[in-house]
Ligand binder design. Sequence first.
Ligand code: PLP
Length: 406
Amino acid sequence: MQRFENAREAARTLRPDEPVYCFRPEVLKADARQFMESFPGKTAYAVKTNGEQIVLRALVEAGVTAFDVASPGEFAAVRAVSLDAEMLYMHPVKAQSDIRLALEKYGIRVIAVDHEDEIVKLTRVVRALDIDPGSITVFVRIQTKGHAAYELSKKFGAGPANAVELAERLQRTGYKVGLCFHVGSQIEDPDTYERALASADWVRNRLSFELAGLDVGGGFPAEYGHDPNRKQVEMPSLGQIMSRLSGDLKEYGFDRMPLVAEPGRVVVARCLSLIVRVLLRKGRRLYINDGIWASLSDSWTGKITLPARFIPDPAIRSRNGSEKNIVPFKVCGATCDSVDILSRPFWLPETVDTGDWIEIGHIGAYSLSLRTRFNGFYPDTFVEVTTPFDEGDAPQGFASLETMAD
Ligand SMILES: *Cc1c(COP(=O)(O)O)cnc(C)c1O
């Protein structure tokens, strides 16, 4: 992989017409270590957030030993970078053949369920393979209510009374039993985990046995940009969320059992940025060579303002306006699809023009993993970059009201 100090150097050297991902392995390792140091339990990275081999390998190098996986493709991706990494199969609804593959070929011994039929499937495989159920930890996924940019709690999870029944049934069959939840992604309210812990507490207090563990899922927010035309939502920092969560875990007495977290977004968001080229400027619209069907679908569904940095093409000799004047541009994606328009503008100097580049920051989560080949566009070019996105020149997309007043 070619290496550059920053995206500007990469863009000016390569003059790329296709999108280029700028990977920062040291940023990834630092963010992974920071999470592991601040969470009082095991960190199982959620592979669906970004399952690229370069990412998984760097995480193993950073000391991540456990991975949250959901499919045969993810089992194989983790095995390819580590022969002994532990895998937690936390998808509550699984194909029976996938359960068999997980237990038989990949030696997976941690699994999640939220319905009695999933227990039936699991037990059928366990009996067929003659595995001792006592060697398997089954986490019962409980429903949670909360607010996150992406609400996932509506899709999965057993109601509290049902969770008690499922847990008792699993225990009678001989499994070790834990509880898990997943509050959604990019949570905005630090009370979210507490509400989920209160549900877990309700379930635990009705059980006839000791739990083998608690898995608090993912949802930890990453840092993005802010659209100055909208009311700023106060985002809690990871430090604030962690000290609150650790305190709540203690208060509910969950700190005395094995704990697991499944962070995705917060670990990988900062490690990638993306260089895109302005294919055409039409008034206050920019047509770029990426879009919602490639790297930018997550920001579209989550209505996230991505931080963006202007990389002017030095070959453009005359420009209109002032580079100091930061204005919003509507951003249109590469495909012919008319919905391929970002839900939030990019804030950039008014001088941006056809042929310039834009570096989009903090795009490591749910970008590469959600790419499609729609319309024949599939960004897949990588370079390594050493300077973190948040260092160097201020990204214009972080524009606040203060800088707007300029
Ligand atoms: C997607 C997912 C995660 C990761 O969520 P983030 O918000 O990216 O941290 C963790 N656990 C489960 C079960 C998931 O589905």
